[in-house]
Design a protein around this ligand. Structure first.
Ligand code: HEC
Length: 138
């Protein structure tokens, strides 16, 4: 009898431990800043103003990412910005074209994020980026 109970209890404990390991703290601004520094500054510049070293090399000028809210009537356009970054077959995201492996790599690790008022499963990297981009708005 006791053995049966133990068998039932132990896996739950193991499962909880595993969940704790696979679900680290929610990404924040500093995660986003690190991701931005690694993947975005080449075009958008360290401050996100569209003045990175590749800005004059790419065929279209990289956007000034500090004015996303300003250009959207004072509200940060979260869904629009994130879907643009993520790219994919149904949007015109530039990264999907320039770095095709980017979206699929992101999709593996989803965290719940409130985007435009709706709790949305969001790739961890995008969740961090969202916080970072919000923080650099003028
Ligand atoms: C190879 C250059 C390049 C890289 C790298 C790049 N971008 Fe861009 N980005 C652009 C260009 C050019 C545009 C202007 C729209 C377009 O693609 O034609 C743009 C537009 C955007 C927009 C839309 C802005 C608006 O005004 O609506 C967002 C948001 C954005 N980029 C975020 C990012 C983020 C975040 C990263 C890194 C994960 C990134 N970009 C990496 C070149 C780049």
């Amino acid at each position: 009898m006791q053995k049966t109970i133990l068998r039932g209890v132990l896996p739950v404990g193991v499962l909880l431990a595993l969940l704790a390991c696979t679900n680290p703290a929610m990404p924040d601004r500093s995660d986003g800043a690190a991701f931005f520094a690694e993947n975005c500054v080449s075009c958008h510049g360290t401050g996100g103003r569209g003045d990175g070293p590749l800005a004059n090399v790419v065929s279209e000028a990289p956007s000034d990412l500090t004015t996303l809210s300003q250009r959207n009537g004072g509200t940060f356009p979260a869904a629009q910005a994130l879907s643009f970054i993520y790219g994919g077959p149904y949007s015109d995201g530039h990264l999907a074209r320039i770095m095709p492996q980017f979206g699929p790599v992101m999709a593996d690790d989803l965290v719940p994020v409130e985007i435009d008022g709706i709790l949305t499963p969001t790739p961890r990297e995008l969740a961090g980026l969202l916080e970072f981009l919000k923080s650099i708005q003028e």
